[in-house]
Design a protein around this ligand. Sequence first.
Ligand code: SF4
Ligand code: SF4
Length: 409
Amino acid sequence: MNHKKNLRRREFLQCSTAAVIAGMGGAFTSRAAADDSIEEAVSKVGVLPRRKLGYSGREVSILIGYGGLTPSLADAAVRCGINYWHMSNRWTGTGVPDVILKNREAHYLQVIVDRVGGNHETGRIDEESHYAFVKEALAQTKLRYFDDMQFHFGYHNAAEVKNNRSFIRAFERLKKEGLVKHLCLSQHGYAGNARVPGGESAAEILTAVVEDGLYEHAQIMYSYGEDPAINRFLEFARKKNFGTIAMKTARGIGRMKQDAEFMSRLPEGTAPHNALARWLTTASNIDLAVIRVQNLAEFAETYSGAGKALRAADARAIDLMMARANRTACRLCTECQPHCPQHVPIAEILRFERYAADDGDLRRARALYAGLDCRADACVACGSCMDHCPQKLFIPERLAAAHVLLSRA
Ligand code: SF4
Ligand code: SF4
């Protein structure tokens, strides 16, 4: 690694001479600074351990990457051994990073496929459209195949798992053509969702998926805080050799990092993203996890915790983070949903709030919020939802704050 670093510096010195001549010194200086930051992040993280994912037994890095990571972050991640990429079709706009394309066989690339003719609540599962979508994504990304085909948002209930085989048929046709290899899904909860008649919880649907035996692994909303139904499912999944990946993991972290008083109370030597990565990868029942990061500093803080033991100080940090997040950030369990007479999509709105407040993705959060047919200002503050929230969130207040954040132009 030192050799590589020295080489990069030598290349930089050679280039910078030419650049000064050409009047482009500034651009090369920035490039060299970026290279040094990547080196620093990579050396702090090291190489991540791997674990088997699902019944195919593929060895996958315990934290996975995702489409949308900038080239610098993807470069750093590859050098730290990350070999699975969630949403790799999201690179259609910018192109799959060279560092992955050059060594295609070393990576597992996943395509996410949505319902059609509506959103994840109102859309339908359609074999022809899903088949065509994957082919188009392959043409646009110039990848020869996707390793994993993921049903994005998942099924609405266990009956749909059993009776609607359209997604599976699209997968099987693509698999025969050598264009996809493994079947997976991400699963949200739909119990009590006014737009999804007969909707069930994520744990109920996932249990049906595992019993059905066709899917190999699933992404699950999972973070600190007790969730008995999901914990039971994780134990069941492990017994059945069904792979699990935690998503939506950084609950409330963006907000807590803005709170200087809270940060000052964390035990010395701990940091929220680092403690989260330690907890997810060594002290939970989940197989793998995806944790969103915004820059190289956050990458280094997060990924350097992967596979490292949860020290006593980290456990105390997790307790403090959980207590704070329980007051501010929804865990998206949807327990409140059946109890709202106004049919306010509480979990959807608070999911978008998390994108804005915790992931720093305000633009996407506002676009999603603008697309809702019922927004937070429909809440009449009756309070009937609150008794059903395991976090005892003051939901009307949270919704009002989300409305202000998400409806500004
Ligand atoms: S407080 Fe608002 S969100 Fe909760 S049940 Fe009443 S109207 Fe629905
Ligand atoms: S508001 Fe509470 S009950 Fe509703 S989804 Fe969020 S955490 Fe669950």
